[in-house]
Design a protein around this ligand. Structure first.
Ligand SMILES: CC(C)(COP(=O)(O)OP(=O)(O)OC[C@H]1O[C@@H](n2cnc3c(N)ncnc32)[C@H](O)[C@@H]1OP(=O)(O)O)[C@@H](O)C(=O)NCCC(=O)NCCSC(=O)C[C@H](O)C(=O)O
Ligand SMILES: [Mg+2]
Length: 360
């Protein structure tokens, strides 16, 4: 049974901080993964502060079993030694059924809980996983004397998780957002792709055959094919569930590091559908995510024009031959609100948005 409404925002342990009523819209275009136990990667972290919205110390998949403790301790050391300024610090802990998940939570919250913004929980199956983490975090926060709650981000990477996506999003006031985990999800669903995210050339639709003068289909004639997005359905479900609960959806990883163009396309599909960011696995993907998840100057200029022309936001006007009304002004407000949030933390973007405004 879910908690009654009157108890939903009550702390789950004596001395734990009061849960937030609203999840702040903090820019998180790129969630950059690094292994805190990898000396080369860890050495790069201090210089990445301020260049990326989120730095995430990854303790789960991609960290070898024999290095789990080293990576956990590495994250504690980095968090203590680094001033993260405007950059958020997240972690991805090991799954709740693994030998490391409990120690990850206990160690990180009690030792660096004051530095951690969000804990990403992999392979979430249903509300029961979030309830478990919720109560444990409250106990640990109380023990550590934390004065603000750590937020929780769930990765959607099992068929059961997808089926339960709405209840996962609404399971706790700590829920900050969801990411797609396309590799684990593909395996769990028995999809026949071995790629880490992105499309597949076999997932396509084909143009109808042309016909000869007698109307006979020419099956052997060349026909254009159009590759489709394998992840469209899941991302759309995530976006609706997140929007319904006032939390944030993210595309996950794109494993073909060298193919920055296809990465950009996959990220843009997610952006257009409503996602606010994606994972970056390699430094080269940070710029891709920052570009894609920032509204273009043209879109911001257009949105501001529509808002200005619509006055109190009701009625209908024509702009450049197109009808704008109460609904389209709301779309424009989404665009401008995001631009304002990003401009507040990204001086280069601010300059671009301000310059367009002057020209308009
Ligand atoms: C993908 C990598 C293994 C590639 O590493 P490497 O071969 O070392 O790349 P480069 O030689 O191009 O690296 C150049 C330098 O940059 C450093 N580097 C590389 N990646 C990072 C990083 N993420 N953060 C910081 N620094 C990084 C290298 O050390 C080189 O340094 P130097 O030699 O001093 O110049 C590697 O990028 C990597 O391991 N990335 C992270 C992978 C990861 O986190 N995977 C887990 C997330 S995806 C997932 O879990 C699937 C999901 O859950 C699902 O189910 O779908
Ligand atoms: Mg995974």
């Amino acid at each position: 049974m879910t908690r009654p409404a009157k108890d939903f925002f009550a702390p789950l342990a004596v001395g734990a901080p009061t849960p937030l009523r609203e999840i702040p819209a903090r820019p998180s275009r790129a969630i950059h993964f690094f292994d805190p136990g990898n000396e080369k990667m860890a050495a790069k972290v201090p210089d990445m502060v301020g260049t990326v919205d989120v730095l995430l110390g990854n303790l789960e998949d991609a960290v070898k079993a024999e290095n789990k403790e080293r990576s956990r301790q590495g994250l504690v050391d980095i968090a203590r030694a680094t001033d993260f300024g405007p950059t958020q610090l997240w972690t991805r802990v090991n799954s709740l059924d693994s030998p490391w998940g409990l120690d990850d939570l206990v160690t990180l919250v009690t030792e660096i809980g004051d530095k951690l913004d969000v804990i990403m929980v992999p392979k979430v199956q249903g509300a029961e996983d979030i309830h478990y983490v919720d109560r444990l975090l409250a106990q640990l926060e109380a023990k550590a004397g934390l004065d603000r709650p750590i937020l929780v981000h769930a990765i959607l990477e099992t068929a059961r998780g997808v089926a339960n996506v709405e209840e996962i999003c609404g399971a706790s006031p700590r829920m900050q957002g969801l990411s797609l985990g396309p590799a684990d999800l593909a395996a769990d669903r028995r999809m026949k792709t071995t790629r880490v995210g992105g499309g597949h050339p076999g997932y396509l639709v084909r143009q109808d055959p042309t016909r000869d003068d007698l109307g006979v289909p020419q099956y052997d004639a060349e026909r254009t094919t159009y590759q489709q997005d394998l992840w469209h359905y899941t991302i759309a479900r995530m976006v609706d569930a997140c929007a319904m609960h006032g939390i944030y959806p993210y595309y996950g990883p794109f494993g073909d590091i060298k193919d920055v163009q296809a990465c950009e396309d996959q990220f843009r599909n997610a952006f257009l559908l409503g996602c606010v960011g994606a994972w970056s696995l390699h430094p080269v993907q940070i710029a891709v995510a920052n570009k894609v998840f920032s509204p273009s100057v043209e879109d911001v200029a257009h949105a501001r024009r529509v808002i200005a022309a619509m006055g109190d936001g009701t009625g209908a006007v024509m702009i450049d031959g197109k009808m704008e009304d109460d609904a389209s002004v709301k779309q424009c407000q989404v665009m401008v609100a995001l631009a304002d949030e990003l401009a507040a933390i990204d001086p280069e973007l601010k300059k671009q948005y301000d310059a367009i405004e002057l020209e308009a």
